[in-house]
Ligand binder design. Sequence first.
Ligand code: SF4
Ligand code: SF4
Ligand code: SF4
Length: 489
Amino acid sequence: MQRTPHGSSGQSRAKQDADYIFHELTRSICPECKRVIDAQVIIQDNRVYMRKRCPEHGWTEALISSDAQMYVDSVKFNKPGTIPLEFSTQVDEGCPLDCGLCPEHKQHLCLALIEVNTGCNLNCPVCFANAGLGYSLTLDQVEEMLDRFVEIEGDPEVVQFSGGEPTIHPQLLDMVQAARDRGIRQVMVNTNGVRIARDDRFLEDLARMEPVVYFQFDGLRPETYRTLRGEDLLDIKLKALERMEKAGLDVVLVAAVERGVNLDEVGALVEFGLECPGVRGVVLQPVTHVGRHIAFDPLERVTIPDVIHGIVDQTLGRFVLEDFVPVPCCFPTCQVNSYVFVDGDNVVPLPRMLDVEQYLDYITNRALPKPPNAADVQKALEGLWSASAVAGTESTAGQFQCACGPGMDLGYELSHLKDHVFQIAIKDFLDAYTFNVKQVMKCCVGVLVPDGRAIPFCAYNSVGYREQVRRQLAVEQATARRTAGSREV
Ligand code: SF4
Ligand code: SF4
Ligand code: SF4
């Protein structure tokens, strides 16, 4: 579909109303050439679209939310940002070309990613990182990146090791230890689980380090894996999960969600996660159309409301729309969270126990009933509704108990309560079709780069930073290998 910029073709001389509402003007990039261009956000038939024109490649249009009411309502969850201790770049060309973080950035990093390599033991048709040949970081490089993270954050909250596939990096465990040595509170390892399913020794060593495992798990049908991962991985995934549970690891299931593939499985994924003893949460991510992806229609892409409606419709009354609340630390259209207290068959979403919305509504600031501990409850909810909230940790369990208040003792010590608090997160990462400067300027998820920069994740994926960093590191490593080879000769 290509909407004409002013509605109808103009045959009649009578003035006509546009068939859409102009919601706002922002900046984005051209999906073809990545040039920074203006973008209009418009609302039509309760759906929100981004429409933009590149002087060279013409008009493009993409769906950014399939529920305009939810999109517009989310704005009230926008919390003031926290400025990092240091910036790494100057303001020069303007956002998003100065990453980062540059002094115009509006939020610190709740979570930093370190992509330790580009190689992988799978070759998925859907891979935003476009895994393959490239680079593999050294332990020294990673230590310097962690030191920089500590400099810019002071007291960093979460680091996630990613790739490529980080478990095939020979020094991954030393890197996890290096993060722990620097006092970083939560360490996560992102993995497809293939090595975990097959390598006893590696699993034992990993379990000793106690990271939370961010486990790629897209569905419960072989066909889902054939489409998204290129082969039927269901048995390997189930085996890896069983082994992680036996090893005592806390696991978060992470699914890429694509229309016509597994959008009809999101409810089953949540139910499955709730039933698995070692699983502490489920993250559902509409497929980001960068790197490698399958053919898609930008006007029919999966958005956050599709996933929420999917969970509600597919879980037979277990959840309602109001159980899902936007995350205020980033721009609130980026992510929604929910938390569930699980005790045997008893499964209660936290938003049924207290009015989460009232505490996290920063714009309209509705009058709170102001119980004596209101400030503590708000702080606890801010912790839970943050990109730094890691399922399966005592800190998340503590915030959950604090939010419930002393009057609602959940009956568990923290070390056990963490096994009863289940997180559902839905994250809609930006790609070149949906890229919105307004969102990346307040992004709280950054990719650490060996040169000291921290680049907001969606800018890293969409604007061209990923390709630049990969080229540069690959060239540096090839040069270092050649130099070492000539010395040996
Ligand atoms: S995304 Fe943030 S760091 Fe990057 S250019 Fe924009 S304001 Fe600066
Ligand atoms: S999506 Fe993950 S597992 Fe698949 S090729 Fe990319 S990095 Fe590897
Ligand atoms: S990573 Fe993307 S989706 Fe997430 S907070 Fe940053 S800009 Fe928003």
